[in-house]
Design a protein around this ligand. Structure first.
Ligand code: A3P
Length: 297
């Protein structure tokens, strides 16, 4: 395996995530309008953070404004990883966040606090998933930044046998898929590929789900398109802060900020894996998702 992983309630968690996960489970008290942004790593976390931030902050920061925070900051600097806040004993930061509070996690739905999953609080969860083949490619490029000798084959094998951070990926995706089917008002399930095809539709869905739909006046002013543009791959990758040498971000500020913007497309797997590898991963995923109503094309 790539990191020091420990099997924790059916998922392979990096050892150093566990104390924060447990503290999050025990001590988190949601507000009604909280929004937890959830994802499997490398499936669109950074983009979802940007989109949700732009939607939620648009009263104070109109998306077209030249001084919008997302023109200066990496999305990971705007929205915290929630278990990391608990790991660092920094809960005061959570109390200080403006409503609606936006928080992020890579934990599967089944490891979220009872206070979130039982629904008593009506705290909302937005999940983004991605074709696992493209996730593997993205993951390999990302991990390679820290571990240059890591081979693609090794990364691929870890994903296929589930022994990768918060793996198995199919169980992760299914945990949120099932929750979204059971409670569509509380759990929104998005796909990276759908967001790429029609980002505006995704932004509208996100805003409605968050209880802050775009008004007719905002629609007429082109605010949806402005959010799309503000959060676009090219715009974000081109920011000074996200250029190589722009410092670090992400979980435990462990990665250079530019590592979160690589290619931003669907289908790059074809440049990295043989048809046999693709068929093998597709086969595992198809088998695990069979009968659930969820599929990757
Ligand atoms: P690639 O490596 O395939 O390019 P995460 O944010 O979960 O770490 O996922 C990173 C992936 O999302 C990377 O995919 C990255 O390029 C892509 N990404 C980052 N910002 C994006 C944006 N604004 N629009 C589309 N894709 C984006």
């Amino acid at each position: 395996s790539i990191l020091e992983l420990r099997l924790f309630h059916g998922f392979w968690l990096p050892e150093h995530w566990i104390p924060g996960t447990i503290a999050f489970q025990r001590r988190f008290s949601p507000r009604r309008d909280d929004v937890v942004l959830a994802s499997y790593p490398k499936c669109g976390t950074t983009w979802l953070k940007a989109l949700a931030f732009a939607v939620a902050a648009r009263g104070a920061h109109p998306p077209a404004a030249g001084d919008h925070p997302l023109r200066r900051l990496n999305p990971h600097d705007c929205i915290p990883f929630i278990d990391e806040i608990f790991a660092g004993g920094e809960e005061a930061k959570l109390h200080a966040l403006p409503s609606p509070r936006l928080m992020n996690t890579h934990l599967p739905y089944t490891l979220l606090p009872d206070s979130v999953v039982t629904g008593g609080s009506s705290c909302r969860v937005v999940y983004v998933c991605r074709d696992p083949k493209d996730m593997v490619v993205s993951l390999w490029h990302f991990l390679r930044r820290a571990e240059p000798e890591l081979s693609f084959a090794e990364t691929f094998e870890s994903v296929c046998d589930g022994t990768v951070a918060v793996g198995p990926v199919w169980d992760h995706v299914l945990s949120y898929w099932r929750a979204s089917v059971a409670c569509p008002d509380r759990v929104l399930f998005l796909k990276y590929e759908d967001l790429l095809l029609d980002t505006g539709a995704g932004v509208r869905r996100l805003a409605e789900f968050m209880g802050m739909p775009f008004s007719a006046a905002e629609e007429a002013a082109g605010d949806v398109e402005a959010v799309v543009e503000l959060c676009s791959f090219d715009k974000m990758k081109g920011l000074e802060v996200n250029k190589p040498g722009g410092g670090t971000a992400g979980r435990y500020k462990a990665m250079p900020r530019d590592a979160f913007f690589r290619k931003g497309v669907a289908g790059d797997w074809a440049n990295h894996m043989t048809p046999e590898m693709a068929a093998r991963l597709d086969g595992v995923v198809r088998e695990k998702l069979e009968g659930t109503g969820l599929a990757f094309a």
